[in-house]
Design a protein around this ligand. Structure first.
Ligand SMILES: C=C(O[C@H]1C=CC=C(C(=O)O)[C@@H]1O)C(=O)O
Length: 471
């Protein structure tokens, strides 16, 4: 793998009349754009090892509907929480997987070398514990970086369809070109999203309330003993559905009810990991970093008045305020060795989601020269919101208390592009395989946590996914 792949962008005006498979039929704008892209891809020849990329503008369409309609190869999706970029991918032009955190610097360096090419974005994902998958996560690596073969990218400037091809030899180029042409020729036009929700016919819980309470009490005992300040206990719910889940349609519904969240999906080993997370791990542009401390949760109220009262308790309750202050202090401490300056406002804001609300405090830092994503990832992941602190002790406690493998749930997922990276904490997420799904939720346990309230919070997080599945 060369360190500095070449990029040869073919001129965007194709020769007329040479697009084969729809010749003679009337074409819509989407078909015409695909034909134009095909014409460019067919012209590619091997010059240097590296990346070839071509793009055409594409008529507006929902990228999640596009993915649902086109299960031609592994699909992926990323939408930042401001909704400024929506990136849907089909197939794989380049991929790097790692099975140990020791390999993270290499993964990031190689992905970032590719992302230096104009317009190129790479999706990346990291598991919670730095280990490769087991159980339902079998086949998932500890981390992955991915450049899709076909990519539908929507920004405020409009929508583009791009083709990517990475080859190190003429024969590899030939082979990948054939695959890319087959993908482009196989694309189906999309219309409206079909409303095909699934019903849950079986629900298998790893914990019931009694078991959950006893684990919370065990964690509280460790807290009383002074071993940890906070530990996050997660649960897994396995679902059997009455029909295979149209996962990208479900993700579209989920995203609509979790406004202001990151929205993501990666299909790997025949399964789709997807979610709508409110939590930013970090956004880095050059040496400027934005991260946040997210902690403290209450439910949403049934009425405006009740919601406001709950929000007031989120702002004032001493247990929640203390928990949040600890988390903020901890994140600042982790950033300190890497930053020349760290700033945060004095007061937290409240983030309102469909069923719950959180305390959130943005933290802004300026990095020391030479510090990049791998130091930030090491410093911030796993955050106290998904693990606890001190981190190592909380991890040990989680290992003892949880009876399942978290896989990519509560890991990291995001987008690397040029000089900027945006990574989210992969909570509010689920793994889907046909008519099976596993969904996950976690709660932070601190001194004063009450099992009943924590159980309600775990349920509320699962309910959000269930309502997206069932339509
Ligand atoms: C671990 C999860 O949420 C975390 C994020 C924000 C607030 C949390 C809390 O108040 O417990 C959780 O720590 C999850 O949703 O699976």
């Amino acid at each position: 793998m060369p360190q500095s792949p070449q990029c040869a962008n073919v001129p965007s005006t194709p020769p007329s009349g040479n697009a084969g498979h729809h010749r003679g039929k009337p074409r819509g704008p989407a078909e015409q754009a695909i034909e134009d892209l095909l014409a460019q891809v067919r012209q590619w020849q091997f010059n240097n090892p590296g990346l070839l990329r071509a793009s055409v503008s594409f008529p507006e369409m929902d990228p999640l509907v596009w993915l649902e309609t086109n299960p031609l190869a592994s699909r992926s999706y990323w939408q930042d929480r401001a909704g400024t970029i929506r990136l849907a991918g089909i197939g794989t032009a380049w991929q790097y997987t790692a099975d140990s955190p020791d390999d993270h610097p290499t993964l990031l360096r190689r992905a970032q070398a590719l992302a230096k090419h104009p317009g190129v974005h790479l999706l990346c994902a990291f598991s919670f514990d730095g280990q490769a998958g087991a159980g339902e996560w079998q086949g998932f690596p500890a981390s992955l970086a991915l450049l899709p073969a076909l990519e539908l990218q929507g920004t405020s400037a409009g929508q583009q369809l791009s083709a990517n091809l990475y080859a190190e030899s003429a024969s590899e180029l030939q082979h990948r070109q054939d695959e890319l042409i087959a993908l482009l020729e196989g694309l189906r036009p999309t219309t409206e999203a079909e409303h095909r929700p699934s019903r849950v016919i079986e629900r298998d819980e790893d914990l019931d309330f009694a078991e959950c309470s006893s684990r919370i009490r065990a964690i509280l005992h460790d807290i009383e003993q002074g071993h940890v300040h906070k530990a996050v206990l997660a649960r897994q719910v396995a679902l059997r559905l009455d029909r295979p889940l149209a996962a990208f349609n479900a993700l579209r519904r989920w995203s609509a009810i979790t406004d202001g969240s990151y929205c993501f999906a990666i299909e790997h080993a025949g399964r789709i990991f997807m979610g709508c997370s409110p939590e930013r791990l970090f956004f880095r542009s050059g040496r400027s970093v934005q991260t946040e401390s997210l902690a403290g949760t209450v439910r949403r109220g049934e009425t405006e008045a009740e919601d406001a009262a709950l929000e007031a308790s989120l702002r004032e309750d001493s247990k929640l305020v203390r928990e949040h202050a600890w988390v903020t202090r901890y994140i600042r401490g982790e950033l300190e060795p890497w930053a020349i300056r760290i700033d945060a406002p004095e007061h937290a804001s409240v983030l309102k989601l469909d069923r719950i609300q959180h305390r959130r405090l943005p933290i802004q830092a300026t990095l020391r020269p030479g510090v990049g994503d791998h130091q930030l990832l090491d410093a911030l992941h796993p955050t106290p919101a998904v693990c606890g602190f001190p981190r190592r002790r909380a991890q040990d406690l989680i290992r003892r208390q949880e009876g399942f493998h978290r896989g990519w749930y509560s890991g990291v997922i995001g987008l690397l592009s040029g000089d900027a990276s945006e990574l989210a904490v992969a909570i509010r997420s689920a793994l889907v395989a046909g008519d099976q799904a596993w969904c996950y939720s976690g709660v932070g346990i601190v001194r004063g946590s009450e099992p009943e309230a924590e159980w309600q919070e775990l349920e509320a997080k699962i309910e959000s996914f269930l309502s997206a599945v069932q339509g």
